[in-house]
Design a protein around this ligand. Structure first.
Ligand code: GLN
Length: 474
C-alpha cells in the first residue's frame, strides 16, 4: 500500500491501529523526496527537524487514546515565499538566496499549532511571477506526470510535490492563478480562498491587493482540513477578514442543491479545441446527475488579463522596492550607494521580475498613473460587478482553469505574452477577490487530467468544497 496516496484521515487511521508510526510516515516522505530529486520541487529541506517532531508525535500519541487532531504529525510542504521561522525564505530569487526568516507566517504557525510537520520549502517562479516555474533562480521544477513538461506556476514546486505523492498537502500562493493553474497541470486540487480569508502575514508580497495563501491536496477533504486550520482573522494582517469561519467538515455533496452557472465567456479562442469538447461532455454528465446548469453572461472577462497586468506590475514594483541590499538580502562591493543599488538589483533579480518592475514603475509614474494603474482599477471594478450580477442568479460558476494543456519546458519562455495568456481564466477571479478551487476530472488528454475551476461567492468556500466533493464522488 502507498501510504502517501491516502487521505489524511486514512493515514491517521493506520496510526491509530498501530500499523504505521509518524516516524515511518516522515521517513517515507524523505525517501520519496530523494527518489524524485529530478523534479526539483524543493528549495530547502528540514529533515532533521521533521524527524525530531515525528518522534515527539509518536511519543505523545503513545500516551493518548486518540489522535488529537487530523493534522497531528502530518507532513506538509510550504511554498518558498511563505515564512518559516529560522529557515531560508528565498522566493526563488538570488536577491534573497541566503535570507533567513526571523518569524513564521500565520498560516504556518496555525499548522504547527496542530502539530503538522513542515518538511521543506518548495520551488516557485521568482517572487511568484510566472506560470511555468521556469523563472526560478534554483532552476525549473518538472511536472511529475511527464517530466518534459512544466508543472505550471508560480507554485510549481508545491503542485509537483503533491502530484508526485511526496506530501499529502502543501501551501502555495495565488495572486492571479498560481495555485489553480499548477494544480490543474499536475492533476491535484488547488484552492484559492477569498481574498482576506487567510492571513497574508508572512507571505512575501507580490501584488498585495490580490495575494492569497492557498492549498494543494489530492483529496477535497484534505484541502478543507488545511483551509479550516489556516483561515480566520489575524490582527497582524489588516486585510484579513474578521468574518466567521464555518465548519468545512464533514463534506456533503450539494450537486443537486445549487444553481450552477456556466458561461461562454470563459471559452476564449486561445483555448485548445480538444479541451472544449471535454467540458461539453462534463457539463452533460453534470446535468444527467441532477445538476441545474444556467448560462450566465460575463462579458468583461476578456479584459481580466490586461487589468491584472496593470495592477499586479504596479503593486509589484512598489513592493519590490524594499530589496535594496541595505538591511538584508544579497550583499556586494560597490564604490558608492548608486552603484550599490544598481549592482544589487541588476544581479539580484531575474529577467521576468525586472520586466515587471520596469512595467510597473512606468505605470505608476507621474502622468501615466491614471492611464495605467487607474484604468486597471476601473476595469477590475467592472469585472467584479459582472460576477456580482451573475451571482444574483447562480450559487457557483464553473470554468476551465487553463486555456491549454500543460506545455513543454522552454515552449513559452521566449514569448512573455504567450506565457501571460496562460492566466486568462484565473485572473478575473483574482481581480474580483473570489474563492475558487481547481479539481481534476476523470478525463485525460496525453495522460494529463483535465480540471474544472469551481468559483464561489465571497467567503463561500464551504459551498465550493461540498460541490467539489460531489464531483469527486461521481
Ligand atoms: N501567472 C500569474 C503571473 O505571472 C500569476 C502569478 C501568481 O498568481 N502568483 O503573474
Amino acid at each position: 500500500m502507498d501510504i502517501l496516496k491516502l487521505k489524511i484521515r486514512d493515514i491517521q487511521n493506520l496510526i491509530k491501529r498501530k500499523e504505521l508510526s509518524y516516524m515511518e510516515l516522515i521517513k517515507e516522505v524523505f525517501k520519496r523526496i530523494e527518489e524524485n530529486k529530478d523534479l526539483n520541487a524543493f528549495i530547502s529541506l528540514f529533515e532533521e527537524k521533521a524527524i525530531k517532531k515525528a518522534k515527539e508525535c509518536d511519543k505523545e500519541f503513545s500516551e493518548m487514546k486518540e489522535v488529537p487532531n487530523l493534522l497531528f504529525g502530518i507532513p506538509i510542504a510550504v511554498k518558498d515565499n511563505i515564512a518559516y521561522a529560522q529557515e531560508r525564505l528565498t522566493c526563488a530569487s538570488k536577491i534573497l538566496k541566503d535570507f533567513v526568516s526571523p518569524y513564521s507566517a500565520t498560516a504556518v504557525e496555525r499548522l504547527e499549532e496542530k502539530r503538522a510537520i513542515i518538511v521543506g520549502k518548495t520551488n516557485l517562479d521568482e517572487f511568484a511571477m510566472g506560470s511555468s516555474n521556469e523563472f526560478s533562480y534554483f532552476g525549473p521544477c518538472l511536472n511529475p506526470i511527464n517530466r518534459e513538461y512544466v508543472p505550471g506556476g508560480s507554485s510549481g514546486g508545491s503542485a509537483s510535490a503533491v502530484g508526485a505523492n511526496i506530501v499529502p498537502v502543501a501551501l502555495g500562493s495565488d495572486t492571479g492563478g498560481s495555485v489553480r493553474q499548477p494544480a490543474a497541470f499536475c492533476g491535484v486540487c488547488g484552492l484559492k480562498p477569498t481574498y482576506g480569508r487567510v492571513s497574508r502575514f508572512g507571505l512575501v508580497a507580490f501584488a498585495s491587493s490580490l495575494d492569497v495563501i492557498g492549498v494543494f491536496s489530492k483529496y477535497v477533504e484534505d484541502c478543507a482540513l488545511v483551509l479550516q486550520t489556516i483561515s480566520g482573522y489575524d490582527e497582524r494582517d489588516s486585510t484579513s477578514a474578521n468574518y466567521p469561519v464555518p465548519n468545512y467538515l464533514p463534506l456533503k455533496s450539494n450537486l443537486e442543491e445549487l444553481k450552477v452557472g456556466i458561461s461562454k465567456d470563459f471559452f476564449f479562442e486561445e483555448m485548445d479545441t480538444s479541451l472544449i469538447k471535454i467540458y461539453e461532455d462534463f457539463f452533460k454528465l453534470l446535468a444527467k446527475n441532477g445538476v441545474r446548469l444556467y448560462e450566465v453572461s460575463l462579458p468583461t472577462m476578456k479584459y481580466g488579463i490586461y487589468a491584472y497586468h496593470l495592477i499586479a506590475t504596479c503593486e509589484a514594483s512598489s513592493n519590490l522596492a524594499r530589496y535594496d541590499g541595505i538591511r538584508y538580502g544579497l550583499n556586494m562591493e560597490a564604490k558608492d550607494i548608486d552603484e550599490f543599488y544598481k549592482k544589487i538589483r541588476s544581479e539580484g533579480f531575474g529577467k521576468e521580475v525586472k520586466r515587471r518592475i520596469v512595467l510597473g514603475t512606468y505605470g505608476l509614474s507621474k502622468g501615466y498613473y491614471e492611464e495605467y494603474y487607474g484604468i486597471g482599477v476601473k476595469a477590475r471594478k467592472i469585472i467584479s460587478q459582472d460576477f456580482q450580477r451573475a451571482f444574483e442568479r447562480v450559487d457557483i460558476i464553473l470554468a476551465p482553469p487553463s486555456p491549454t494543456l500543460p506545455f513543454k519546458l522552454g515552449e513559452k519562455l521566449k514569448d512573455p505574452i504567450k506565457m501571460y495568456l496562460s492566466d486568462i481564466l484565473t485572473v478575473p477571479i483574482s481581480l474580483a477577490g473570489l474563492p475558487a478551487l481547481s479539481i481534476p476530472l476523470k478525463y485525460k488528454i496525453d495522460n494529463f487530467p483535465i480540471s474544472i475551476q469551481i468559483i464561489g461567492k465571497p467567503f463561500c468556500e464551504k459551498e465550493i468544497l461540498d460541490f467539489a466533493y460531489g464531483i469527486e464522488q461521481l
